[in-house]
Design a binder for this molecule. Structure first.
Ligand code: GRF
Length: 201
């Protein structure tokens, strides 16, 4: 089984979706380690309950950003990870880290990129007045939410939506999209050519 590491910062519902789809046999993967930059993240508890190795690596406990990322890199490498999954990891990784894991980091963003990158993608969509939004699973490059797109899921935006109601609707799709993208990766069905990701049949 190919091993992945999952980076988290908070409640970990996307982590849970991945774990559930591994448990039910859909996803041919092993989560070798879960790393949180917050020691109180509920995601860590979810991992521990599932018997997955989990650790907190906090930025404030590290001398520098380089040191912080070196520790994350070491934890991923020690666990034998081939891929890094960002599942609600709320920090921007440096170009140095991203280049070490070139085309081996996958992120999920709660908007239809390239619209509404960065924080509060759902709130940005409501404020802009778009009629549809959704989520995007993509490879990570040196920019913010700018790497090659693997897949997207679309949801309607309702007139009375708030950031929270839209976020809830998008989250349902995130929990489908991330396992789907990881399955394609695990089965070697993703071919990256510049900005474009071709999905093999
Ligand atoms: C998700 O909306 C994800 O798209 C965003 O942060 C949120 C994380 O949620 N990057 P969870 O921790 O997976 O529940």
């Amino acid at each position: 089984m190919r091993k992945v590491g999952v980076l988290v910062s908070g409640r970990g519902s996307n982590l849970q979706a991945i774990m559930d789809r591994i448990a039910d046999g859909y996803l041919p993967l092993e989560i070798a380690v879960v790393i949180s930059d917050k020691s109180d993240a509920y995601a860590l508890e979810r991992a521990q309950k599932a018997g997955i190795k989990a650790a907190a690596i906090e930025r404030k406990a590290c001398a520098s950003k380089d040191d912080f990322e070196a520790k994350i890199n070491a934890a991923l490498t020690d666990a034998g990870c081939e891929l890094v999954v960002l599942a609600g990891f709320m920090r921007i990784l440096s170009a140095n880290f991203v280049n070490k894991w070139h085309h081996k980091i996958i992120n999920i963003h709660p908007a239809l990129l390239p619209s509404f990158p960065g924080l509060h993608g759902q709130g940005q969509a409501v404020a802009y007045g778009v009629k549809f939004s959704g989520c995007t699973v993509h490879f990570v490059d040196e920019g913010t939410d700018s790497g090659p797109i693997i897949l997207q899921k679309v949801v309607p935006v309702m007139d009375d939506d708030t950031e929270d109601t839209l976020a809830d609707r998008i989250l349902v799709q995130e929990h489908i999209a991330m396992p789907e993208a990881l399955k394609l990766w695990a089965e070697d069905k993703l071919v990256i050519n510049g900005r474009k990701v071709k999905v093999l049949a």
